[in-house]
Design a protein around this ligand. Structure first.
Ligand SMILES: *Cc1c(COP(=O)(O)O)cnc(C)c1O
Length: 340
């Protein structure tokens, strides 16, 4: 099976497993797991922040960030495609009691001007604008990314409007290997940052929430109440350390394979509207002879290829660590000669 459903489907590599097996562990609720402490220190340093928090998932890091930055009756501002809105079970409302102000924009991206215009005046019948969330790369936007020169005005707008700024950077490194910008230069712009170890970086479990000391201190309390205080989870953190040390640069390969998929898809009669391929995500629409995305995916599965439906006629491919050159060539061959 060739699995293009998500970059979450990767298996730990033999060397990553070795690093996990050799991890020194302790009880992290007592802050006594040396491997988790090392991972948190490493992530904080990478982004030039004081502190970090290891969590089971990116949903939890985002939800804790919202909870820590806001009070009930506040409002968060983000693109309508955002993971926090689309794929976190409405958690912003459930966990934090906040309203949401959804903005539109090309490929999941928003601008400084939109943010300034979205801020609500101070009336007691309006929610209070408090937090902006930027997703980089943007999943539903087809893996689009923001560069520093787009983020700097957003940072300034948030400062001038007294808004906190959170980065959902689940796939940030897929962008950074393209732009050759540093994590440090992005880190200074945000009050908090979430990165996923379990996406393109290839770890089995885990995300990090990164910020200043006081923010992470409070975030740690919320992690506990959400049930995310883990014990000897250093075995998992070891995979994260291994991933940060060894799996960032190779994301270029995933991005390149996605580009090749996009290029071939653009030439096919049964495909339209291939979104610009910027990183490791390819989103496109299917048409005749395929009635819908389900029909396309069924045909694809007959050739042992899995992908996901992203709408009635929309399909998503995601490339990752476990997609080899041979697999890519096989997918390209099937798309060109076996479908349609
Ligand atoms: C995957 C993802 C998350 C977190 O997802 P989990 O599956 O909960 O780890 C958050 N934001 C974006 C953009 C994602 O793609």
């Amino acid at each position: 099976m060739i699995n293009l459903i998500s970059d979450t489907v990767t298996m730990p590599t033999p060397k990553m497993l070795e690093a996990m097996m050799e991890a020194k562990v302790g009880d992290d609720v007592f802050r006594e797991d040396p491997t988790i402490n090392a991972l948190e220190a490493k992530a904080a340093a990478l982004f030039g922040k004081e502190s970090a928090l290891f969590c089971p998932s990116g949903t939890m890091t985002n939800q804790i960030a919202i909870k820590t930055h806001t009070k009930p009756l506040d409002e968060i501002i983000c693109h309508e495609y955002s993971h926090v809105y689309q794929y976190e079970t409405g958690g912003y409302s459930f966990n934090s009691g906040v309203a949401i102000n959804l903005l539109k924009g090309d490929y999941g991206k928003i601008t400084a001007q939109q943010i300034k215009d979205a801020v609500k005046p101070d009336y007691d019948w309006l929610p209070k604008s408090k937090l902006v969330i930027i997703e980089n790369t943007c999943n539903k936007g087809g893996g689009s990314y923001y560069k520093l020169d787009e983020l700097a005005p957003i940072y300034k707008a948030c400062k001038s409007k007294r808004l906190k700024l959170h980065l959902d950077g689940a796939r940030l490194f897929n962008a950074l290997v393209e732009t050759e910008e540093t994590a440090l230069s992005h880190g200074v712009l945000f009050d908090s940052i979430s990165i996923c170890l379990s996406k393109g970086l290839g770890a089995p479990v885990g995300s990090l929430l990164i910020g200043n000391k006081d923010f992470i201190k409070q975030a740690r309390r919320y992690r506990k109440v959400m049930g995310g205080g883990m014990r000897q989870a250093g075995f998992l953190a070891a995979a994260g350390i291994y991933a940060l040390d060894n799996h960032i640069q190779r994301l270029k390969i995933d991005n390149e394979y996605a580009r090749q998929l996009g290029k071939v898809l653009e030439e096919l009669d049964y495909v339209e509207n291939v979104r610009p391929v910027k990183t490791n995500i390819v989103i496109f629409d299917v048409k005749k002879p395929f009635k819908n995305s389900a029909a396309f995916l069924e045909m694809l599965s007959k050739h042992h290829i899995k992908a996901s439906a992203f709408g009635p006629h929309t399909v998503r491919f995601v490339t990752h660590l476990d997609i080899s050159k041979e697999m890519l060539d096989e997918v390209l061959y099937v798309l060109k000669d076996k479908m349609g």
